[in-house]
Write a protein that binds this ligand. Structure first.
Ligand SMILES: O=C(CO)[C@H](O)[C@H](O)COP(=O)(O)O
Length: 120
C-alpha cells in the first residue's frame, strides 16, 4: 500500500503520512511500514507516539540490521534530504531481510510495550 504523495511540488505535513502508515499496521494490513520525509524526524516522532509502533530513523545498513535484530523495528524511516538512493536501498533491503532475535531481545521488546507514564 502506497500512502505517499506523487510530487514534491505541493507542501505536505509528514505527520499525516506517518499516521496513515501507522493506521495500516494498526488495521493489520501491513506488518512493516517505510516512511520517508525530508529529515525523517517527524515521521519517527509521530509514529512512535503509538505503543505498538517500533519506528526507527536509520542512516546505515548496519543500523538497520540492529534495529531489526535487537529492536524488532516495524517501521523504517528514511530522510530523503540526507541519504543517497543507493544507501537508502541498502538500508531497506537489510531492514526487510533481517529477522528479530529472541531471548533477551524479546524480553526487551515486551518491556518496551509495557512502558507506562504512570510508572515514571
Ligand atoms: O523532514 C521533515 C519533517 O520531518 C520536513 O520535510 C521538514 O521539516 C521541512 O518541512 P517544511 O517543508 O514544511 O518546511
Amino acid at each position: 500500500m502506497d500512502c505517499g504523495v506523487d510530487s514534491a511540488a505541493e507542501r505536505v505535513d509528514a505527520m499525516d503520512y506517518a499516521l496513515a502508515l501507522v493506521a495500516e499496521i494498526r488495521r493489520g494490513r501491513s506488518d512493516f511500514a517505510v516512511g520517508i520525509c525530508g529529515s525523517g524526524q517527524m515521521m519517527a516522532m509521530a509514529s512512535n507516539r503509538f505503543g505498538f509502533m517500533r519506528s526507527t530513523l536509520l542512516h546505515t545498513a548496519q543500523e538497520a540490521e540492529w534495529a531489526r535484530q535487537h529492536g524488532d523495528a516495524n517501521m523504517l524511516v528514511l530522510g530523503a534530504d540526507i541519504l543517497d538512493a543507493a544507501t537508502a536501498e541498502q538500508i531497506l533491503a537489510t531492514f526487510l531481510s533481517t529477522a528479530a532475535l529472541g531471548e533477551r531481545y524479546a524480553e526487551r521488546r515486551e518491556r518496551l510495550a509495557q512502558l507506562d507514564v504512570s510508572k515514571l
